[in-house]
Design a protein around this ligand. Structure first.
Ligand SMILES: [Zn+2]
Length: 299
């Protein structure tokens, strides 16, 4: 038990902080982004897994090629705009006309300014409010904030080019958009499903590890007709994986709340939570999720 606890502590110390994740990588090395083809008119720009600061470029970017131009979902860390543009140009000659920001974080919004004010930028209204607090969007850069916002649901385009945007409540932040491409049966979750580990709940931007499981239940109930799930920071998944993640987060959140009610410390709550029944799951970020529940519920 003592050894297990020690390992848990080391993992927690070794895990990346939110601030570290949003830092552009050290200048120098080549900016290489990998691309995955999901459909003839749909690609994902990866190199999105945090951990290696030399290759981490920011979250998974969806590239949707429509009749009217290219829509991106998220646009990676500042400094990676040219690398994103080069990859998009390698698969289409159409211009980028729209960017959907799933949420406020710099590894998803870092190149709004690179792509310019001529691109239509779309986000949930709380995300726009969160972005207004960021240095990157102060002063003259306010023109790179989302010009188009929505509250609960909106649809862009029609037929094969249709995109549905949904907001189901707090989780990673208080403005996370789920993006659905109905004709292609693809869902981009942003960081509401970032990885198979404890979720990051950014309380400074309204995130909630208490509400997180219910928010995931809502997307699972409402969005049925998809085959592929694009997570925020890991390889492509299926709806079954998303359902499993919902159960994992529900377990973790309840464990944290029960532990807190029982008067246990955060470290005790971490030590008594096992990811063993979730194949492939890590516990590097479990402590952060449990701490977020404690912080949220403390009087
Ligand atoms: Zn994020």
């Amino acid at each position: 038990m003592k050894r297990l606890f020690l390992i848990g502590t080391l993992l927690a110390v070794g895990s990346l902080s939110l601030a570290a994740m949003q830092q552009p990588p050290a200048a120098g090395g080549p900016k290489t982004i990998d691309i995955v083809k999901l459909k003839d008119n749909f690609y994902v720009l990866t190199s999105s897994t945090p951990g290696n600061q030399a290759t981490f470029s920011g979250g998974n970017v969806a590239v949707f090629i429509t009749d009217g131009g290219v829509t991106l979902v998220d646009d990676k860390l500042a400094g990676w705009g040219q690398a994103v543009l080069d990859k998009v140009k390698s698969v289409t000659s159409k211009p980028i006309t729209r960017i959907i920001n799933t949420h406020t974080h710099g590894d998803h919004t870092g190149n709004n300014n690179f792509f310019g004010a001529s691109v239509e930028i779309v986000a949930q209204e709380n995300t726009k409010a969160n972005m207004m607090k960021m240095d990157a969007f102060k002063g003259d850069n306010a023109k790179f904030l989302p010009a188009k916002t929505y509250t609960d649901k909106t649809t862009i385009g029609s037929g094969k080019d249709r995109i549905d945007l949904y907001y189901f409540g707090a989780g990673h932040t208080n403005g996370d958009t789920f993006v659905v491409f109905p004709a292609l049966r693809i869902l981009h979750t942003g960081d509401m499903f970032a990885w198979k580990d404890g979720p990051l709940c950014d309380r400074n931007n309204g995130g909630s590890c208490v509400a997180f499981p219910q928010t995931l239940s809502k997307v699972i109930a409402a969005v049925k007709d998809v085959d592929t799930v694009i997570p925020g920071h890991s390889p492509m998944q299926t709806p079954k994986d998303l359902q499993e993640f919902q159960r994992f987060v529900a377990d973790l959140s309840k464990h944290a709340q029960d532990s807190m009610k029982a008067g246990k410390s955060v470290d005790d709550a971490v030590a008594s939570f096992s990811v063993a029944k979730y194949p492939g799951y890590k516990n590097e970020r479990v402590k952060g999720s449990i701490q977020a529940v404690y912080d949220e519920l403390k009087k």
